[in-house]
Design a protein around this ligand. Structure first.
Ligand code: SAH
Length: 224
C-alpha cells in the first residue's frame, strides 16, 4: 500500500511543476519500458521539484539527472524507476539505499511501501534530504557514514539499492542481503558502467546485467 504523503501547496506544484507536467513524465517512463504501476504511481505522487534547487524546479520533470551541489546529482527518473522496479520483483519489506543524495530515490522507495534505511557520506546533503523527507511526512531512517560498509545493525535487507558507481561490487553489501533478496548497483568506471542485479538464492547468487548507466562515483570516507 502506498503511504499517504503530506502535501503543502508548494508540494502540489504549479506551472512546470504541476500534476499535468508530472503525469507527462509518467507517460514517458511507460514509453521507455517501466511497467510496474506501483512505481509509476510513486513517480506521480512524489514531488521531485522539492528535491532540487528552486532555480532548477522547471526541469524537475524532465527525464534527466540534475545537479544537487557538492558535485553530486539527483538520479535520472528512469534510473530511479528501473532500480525500484527491479527490487520490487522479490517482494521486499526492507531496503537499504547507499547514497541518499537529494533523498528522491529514498522517497520513491518509501512511497512504494518499503521500510527504508539510507546512508550518505556528505553531511550537508543528508541534512537537506532529511528535512525534505520529514516535510513530506515520509518515514525514512538515515545515517551519515561511508555506505560501503552498509548498515549491518538493521540487516540483512530484502533489497539493497546502490546509487553511486564502484569499479566492482562491494562484498560488505552483498553480505547484508537476505536470502531471496536483491541488490541493484551500477558497476564500472567513468568510461562505462553497467547496472547489475544480484539475487541471493538459497544455493548461490544470480547476477544479471540490466542496462548501461551513468552514475557519480562511490567514494570512501565522510564529509561534513
Ligand atoms: N539516490 C540519490 C542519488 C544521489 S548521487 C538521489 O536520489 O538523489 C549519489 C550519492 O551517493 C551522492 O550524494 C554521494 O555523496 C553518495 N555517495 C558516494 N559515495 C558514497 C559512500 N561511500 N557512502 C554513502 N554515500 C555515498
Amino acid at each position: 500500500m502506498t503511504p499517504r504523503l503530506r502535501l503543502s501547496p508548494e508540494a502540489v506544484g504549479s506551472g512546470m511543476t504541476s500534476q499535468r507536467v508530472r503525469d507527462r513524465l509518467v507517460d514517458r517512463l511507460r514509453e521507455v519500458g517501466i511497467g510496474d504501476e506501483r512505481v509509476l504511481n510513486a513517480v506521480r505522487v512524489v514531488p521531485r521539484h522539492l528535491f532540487i534547487d528552486e532555480a532548477l524546479a522547471s526541469r524537475a520533470y524532465e527525464d534527466t539527472a540534475l545537479p544537487i551541489g557538492h558535485g553530486q546529482t539527483i538520479s535520472q527518473p528512469w534510473v530511479v524507476a528501473r532500480m525500484t522496479e527491479a527490487v520490487l520483483q522479490v517482494a521486499p519489506r526492507t531496503v537499504l539505499e547507499v547514497g541518499t543524495g537529494s533523498g528522491y530515490q529514498a522517497a520513491i522507495l518509501a512511497a512504494v511501501g518499503l521500510e527504508v534505511f539510507t546512508v550518505e557520506r556528505i553531511g550537508d546533503l543528508l541534512r537537506q534530504a532529511r528535512k525534505r523527507l520529514r516535510q513530506l511526512g515520509m518515514n525514512v531512517r538515515s545515517k551519515h557514514d561511508d555506505g560501503r560498509i552498509g548498515w549491518p545493525e538493521h540487516g540483512p535487507y530484502d533489497a539493497i539499492v546502490v546509487t553511486a558507481a564502484a569499479p566492482a561490487l562491494v562484498d560488505a553489501l552483498i553480505e547484508q542481503l537476505a536470502v531471496g533478496g536483491r541488490l541493484v548497483a551500477p558497476v564500472g568506471g567513468p568510461g562505462g558502467q553497467m547496472l547489475l542485479q544480484l539475487t541471493r538464492q538459497a544455493d548461490g547468487i544470480v547476477q544479471e546485467e540490466l542496462a548501461p548507466v551513468s552514475f557519480v562515483p562511490l567514494l570512501s570516507g565522510m564529509l561534513d
